[in-house]
Design a protein around this ligand. Structure first.
Ligand SMILES: C[S@@+](CC[C@H](N)C(=O)[O-])C[C@H]1O[C@@H](n2cnc3c(N)ncnc32)[C@H](O)[C@@H]1O
Length: 230
């Protein structure tokens, strides 16, 4: 790819028409949130795109931080939130999650279809974002597990299982997954065409938190490892 990940997504979002009304939230996320029985709290949306999920959660009373690498996407979400009277519940931020992450603490962190044409170190992004939650925090990840005919992904893309993806988050025994499953759904493409596709669904809950000293030791170990020092 000759363009950076940021340029790819900015061009893609800028090339689409700005939605006049909030886009539909992802069915899979709606199902998982409603089934979880979670009460509204603070939520972080990783790669919010056109904002359907973030706006839906904000309309339910969640305090949502919606993050996207594309400034156009973040601006459009904020404008929709203003227009819908949801600005007090939603903050949209342009930010590259492979370089930095939002500040704050959260009760729910979710990523729906956070897939990119280049490797952005997604496992590390999910690990760091999960670390923004304390005990009781819930991580929800909805991934593609097959290629829709209209997708930019290659037809021969091989998809990991939910278990393999979850392992890349390296959450350790502070976390207990309650759902690692593949599920089919009928998806609608940009021109109204439909196809049956498969999603991988991951839900995990933080059940304990290492004391600060143990976490600091582990983070220092991770940093040394990434620099090649054992
Ligand atoms: C496939 S889209 C999914 C959008 C939305 N979550 C949905 O379900 O429709 C992936 C989104 O992640 C964003 N993204 C890609 N890389 C990112 C990064 N490094 N940091 C933040 N957002 C990123 C893209 O701009 C895009 O909006």
């Amino acid at each position: 790819m000759n363009v950076t990940n940021g340029q790819f997504w900015e061009e893609l979002h800028a090339g689409r028409q700005a939605p006049a009304v909030p886009p539909r939230p992802n069915d899979a996320l709606v199902d998982l949130i409603l089934a979880s029985g979670l009460a509204p709290g603070r939520a972080l949306d990783l790669g919010a795109g056109s904002g359907g999920d973030a706006l839906w959660l904000a309309s339910l009373g969640w305090q949502v931080t919606a993050v996207d690498i594309s400034l156009t996407a973040a601006d459009r979400i904020q404008k929709l939130a203003d227009a819908e009277g949801l600005a007090k519940n939603l903050t949209a931020i342009q930010l590259d999650l492979s370089r930095t992450q939002p500040s704050g603490t959260f009760d729910l962190v979710y990523a729906c279809y956070l897939h990119t044409p280049v490797n952005i170190g997604r496992g590390g992004i999910l690990h760091r974002a999960a670390d923004l939650m304390g005990v009781g925090g819930t991580l929800v990840v909805v991934d593609h597990a097959s290629t829709a005919p209209w997708s930019w992904a290659h037809r021969d893309t091989r998809y990991p299982t939910p278990e393999q993806t979850y392992a890349t988050f390296d959450l350790g025994d502070d976390w207990e997954p309650s759902l690692l499953a593949a599920r089919e759904r009928v998806a609608t493409g940009p021109n109204g065409e439909t196809a049956t596709v498969t999603d991988n669904l991951i839900v995990s809950r933080r059940v304990r938190e290492q004391p600060f000293s143990a976490r600091a030791e582990r983070e220092s170990h991770d940093r040394r490892l990434s620099r090649g020092i054992s």
